[in-house]
Design a protein around this ligand. Structure first.
Ligand SMILES: [Zn+2]
Length: 577
């Protein structure tokens, strides 16, 4: 059955938005919002001024609850004024099951909501940047997906693929539309395959999940974004909470299936406040379409900047290897995020492995340096006890490595260089880490990193502990801070295995060749970043300054290499060991 033929021929039309907007009001799930000056918040139960809610982006001024909003309100809040051009407004369902009363119900809903279906799609600009955009509307049969919603999403994505522009979809849906039965189910595959084609062309898709996103929409286009954002407190899941409670015969815990829960479980990249969505989406698009590369090639770079002379390390370096081990582990030592925030601009942190959990021991995201988008990933230690627990003392679990790999593959897709900061005593040794395949996760990173078609730079800033460090250090170049270490295992472990005496750790550190100086001499690393005195808050900006200069040089140098050269050079680098 060629569904496409059943739809009337469509044209691009721009409709009178103000008229549609008039029919929209903030709605709460309880649906019993009094008209007029006051409304009742569906979350805190307080009466609030309707005007205050509207002025606050339809967020409760008392408790921060995000009221459900209509598609046109959303479009108005996110895109440039007057820039939206609607697509495919006049599609109508063929009522494939001849479901009794369905067409009448739709007619009444159209009248009531001034919508033609449960999604509005079209093209717009955000801060002048073109994007295709689709917005679901929960007022229309709970935003459920029948053949029209599926077709509109598919056409939106296909047209974006043709025009080589990004796609943004605001999802909110009860799932597939029951009145259209199996045809609704097919929309899940139809929309997903369109997104695959868009993806294959190297184009960006950002999915924004709003309250509620469930069922067949969650299990198709909503969860397929390169970047998945959510509004605070949104209900997001495959099965609805009531269905789950009935199935398992238990009450679900507070907060289950809410945005914050999904973030913790590694399923979404981040939660963005409604008022920040426009700017965040704009930044994300900008970083994925930035053509302004101020540094073209290394030659161009050299014309403008002299190469940075290697800064001589301190002569008569009397700091013992064991001292360096202690310095590298010091709680005063700056962490990955300290360097990231000083070296890069506009860092947007992305979370999660999309499978199990967001690992606090690894942070990552997109940022720019010298105007160029890059992916930055770091092993992150804590600054205090609470933070250390969150960060697991910088010891990643398998899901941390899987998050890092996800971000690296994303970087490769969008041709962004990758910069990794290594600072870990080692991968976490624990029962659950083994159950989830710590070894497999590390091995997978080594395997996949070897083939990345973008330049990879790794900088060891503190401890480079064993395989846990190497899983982020299959780089085209590996650099070390002067007082950092990089080793097969800790000196304590080494002494314990070889000499059955972990107390001989200091002695072990002298023979293990783990300092930056030793490793440079052995040809294991390319560069040592000087520390005028051991890195601390006081000299952090100086050290970050050296790093930034070197990183820009690295990016300029690798800019002139082809993808094949980049992969081959990395392969040879490790082949020679
Ligand atoms: Zn409230």
């Amino acid at each position: 059955m060629a569904l496409k033929e059943m739809f009337k021929k469509t044209t691009y039309i721009s409709i009178e938005r103000s008229q549609a907007l008039k029919s929209e009001k903030a709605v709460t799930p309880s649906d019993n919002v009094p008209e007029g000056l006051w409304m009742k918040c569906g979350n805190c139960g307080d009466a609030v001024y309707t005007e205050d809610v509207e002025n606050n982006g339809h967020v409760c001024p008392k408790c921060g609850y995000n009221f459900r909003i209509g598609a046109w309100q959303r479009i108005e809040m996110v895109v440039d004024e007057e820039s939206f051009v609607e697509w495919d407004r006049d599609l109508v369902t063929s009522n494939p099951l001849n479901f009794p009363g369905y067409v009448d119900k739709l007619t009444a809903l159209k009248e009531k909501t001034q919508l033609d279906e449960a999604i509005v799609t079209g093209e717009a600009t955000i801060h002048g940047q073109r994007t295709a955009i689709g917005v679901c509307d929960s007022r229309f049969l709970m935003g459920s997906m029948g053949e029209v919603v599926g077709e509109k999403v598919t056409r939106l994505v296909e047209r974006a693929t043709e025009n080589e522009i990004p796609v943004i979809i605001f999802a909110c849906s009860g799932g597939a539309r029951m009145q259209e039965g199996i045809v609704s189910l097919m929309q899940m595959a139809k929309t997903s395959q369109a997104i695959k084609k868009h993806n294959d062309k190297g184009l960006l898709y950002v999915s924004v999940l709003t309250d509620p996103t469930t069922g067949g929409v969650t299990a198709s286009f909503a969860m397929l974004g390169d970047i998945i954002l959510a509004e605070p407190g949104a209900l997001i899941g495959f099965a609805g909470p009531r269905v789950i409670e009935q199935t398992i015969g238990q009450k679900l815990p507070e907060g289950f299936q809410r945005s914050e829960f999904l973030l913790e479980k590694g399923l979404i990249d981040g939660i963005v406040k409604r008022r920040d969505l426009r700017e965040t989406l704009s930044e994300i698009i900008r970083m994925h379409t930035a053509k302004t590369d101020r540094i073209n090639t290394y030659e161009h770079y050299l014309r403008k900047n002299a190469p940075i002379a290697a800064i001589p390390l301190k002569k008569n370096d009397t700091v013992s290897c064991w001292n360096k081990v202690q310095i590298s582990r010091s709680a005063q030592r700056p962490t990955a995020l300290d360097y990231i925030n000083l070296i890069f601009k506009d860092f947007i942190e992305l979370h999660g492995d999309r499978a199990f959990r967001d690992d606090g021991a690894i942070v990552g995201g997109i940022a720019t340096v010298g105007g160029r988008p890059v992916t930055v990933i770091g092993q992150q230690k804590g600054k205090n006890t609470k933070d250390n627990i969150l960060r697991n003392f910088g010891m990643p679990n398998p899901e941390g490595y899987r998050k890092a790999l996800r971000l690296m593959k994303q970087a490769e897709r969008f041709n962004r260089p990758i910069i990794c900061f290594v600072d870990t005593p080692g991968a976490f040794c624990g029962i659950e880490a083994e159950e989830r395949g710590q070894g497999e996760a590390i091995a997978r990173n080594l395997y996949e990193m070897s083939g990345l078609k973008v330049p990879v730079l790794t900088i060891v800033i503190g401890e480079g502990g064993s395989g846990g460090a190497l899983a982020m250090a299959v780089g085209n170049e590996v650099w070390m801070l002067e007082n950092s270490t990089y080793s097969i295992l800790s000196p304590e472990g080494f002494a314990s295995i070889l000499w059955k005496d972990s107390k001989r750790a200091a002695e072990a550190s002298e023979v293990m060749k783990i300092t930056a100086k030793d490793l440079k001499e052995l040809g294991i690393i390319e560069k040592i970043i000087p520390e005028p005195s051991p890195a601390s808050e006081d000299n952090l900006s100086d050290i970050a300054g050296f790093m930034k200069g070197y990183i820009k040089e690295f990016l300029a140098l690798y800019k002139s290499k082809t993808k094949e050269e980049i992969v081959e050079q990395r392969y040879d680098r490790f082949r020679n060991f």
